[in-house]
Write a protein that binds this ligand. Structure first.
Ligand code: GLU
Length: 299
């Protein structure tokens, strides 16, 4: 009698667990699994003349992002990039009523990010883009939606480079990207003659592989993506020495669009699409979903 009661309880518990699992799966599916598409807002209304109203009636949005950064923005075989930045762009687009397949992507290497905004080639830039005052002279930022930190990547068997202070002693040549914050910061640690700059980080990874440089420097999460796709050739030093808050670059002074994006980001935490965006991209290597950082004031 006692046994059968326990057995029955077990069956009920299993059934409850199964229902919960199915419910969780259903929720996951509606958020989208890989390349997740957050649910598109239907019938949202925006004040006439705002960027939101303009984009909603156009039914499309132009996004600048990276095409060679695994986990954040990496161009796939279908021509569209995938990664956390791309997922963030999809979240903003969805809140405007624009589905993922109506986003057009432009590759925006670090150095041209402000230009594509000021020249009106894109509506927003989501591209591992650190918020800072120099950039704010030309554009505005919504967010941040993530905070990274500058780090170093070396060959897996390197034991001499242990942090930025070891670079001079190791006589290391260090690669980074023109127009990036890490390229500027590393000047404090390395003689100018030993800094090698390319336009994109994949070229730095090639230079490291070929022995043309001994280290690559940029944000830890970008380097993690490169380490992950290096088949054991590279490792992360793992000592971040800056804070890089990632913002969404928009036209300077478009405060209403900035506030709209900040609300979209906050809502994405509540509706689970921020977590799904992370888990389906950077989270595969970085692990746990980060907390959304508090938004900077829009200006
Ligand atoms: N977050 C840094 C920056 O915006 C480095 C990454 C990048 O170059 O995209 O400059």
């Amino acid at each position: 009698m006692r046994l059968s009661h326990l057995a029955r309880t077990g069956v009920i518990a299993a059934a409850v667990a199964l229902t919960a699992t199915l419910a969780a799966c259903g929720e996951q599916a509606s958020l989208g699994s890989s390349g997740s598409a957050p649910s598109v807002a239907q019938g949202a209304t925006f004040e006439a003349g705002t960027t939101m109203a303009k984009l909603q009636s156009a039914g499309t949005i132009r996004v600048g992002t990276k095409f060679d950064q695994p986990l954040f923005g990496l161009k796939g075989l279908d021509g569209n990039p995938v990664g956390f930045d791309v997922e963030i762009a999809k979240i903003v687009a969805a809140k405007l009523g624009i589905p993922a397949d109506k986003i057009t992507y432009t590759e925006t290497p670090s150095k041209i990010r402000e230009d594509v905004i000021t020249n009106d080639q894109v509506d927003m830039v989501v591209a591992t883009y650190t918020i800072n005052d120099a950039r704010k002279q030309k554009i505005s930022f919504a967010g941040p939606y993530y905070v990274a930190g500058q780090d170093l990547m070396v060959k897996a068997d390197n034991t001499t480079i242990t942090g930025p202070d070891s670079l001079k002693t190791a006589k290391a040549r260090v690669c980074s990207v023109s127009g990036s914050t890490p390229a500027k910061t590393i000047e404090k640690y390395v003689d100018a003659g030993n800094i090698v700059l390319f336009d994109v980080y994949s070229k730095c990874a090639d230079a490291l592989r070929n022995g043309q440089v001994e280290a690559v420097t940029t944000d830890n999460v970008i380097l993690s993506g490169l380490v992950d796709s290096s088949q054991g050739a590279f490792k992360l030093v793992g000592k971040t020495f800056t804070k890089e808050p990632y913002g969404i670059g928009i036209k300077k002074g478009d405060t209403k669009f900035c506030e709209f994006i900040d609300t979209a980001l906050k809502d994405s935490v509540t509706d689970g699409s921020y977590a799904a965006a992370w888990t389906g991209s950077a989270g595969k290597v970085q692990g746990a979903v980060p907390a959304l950082p508090p938004a900077d004031p829009c200006s």
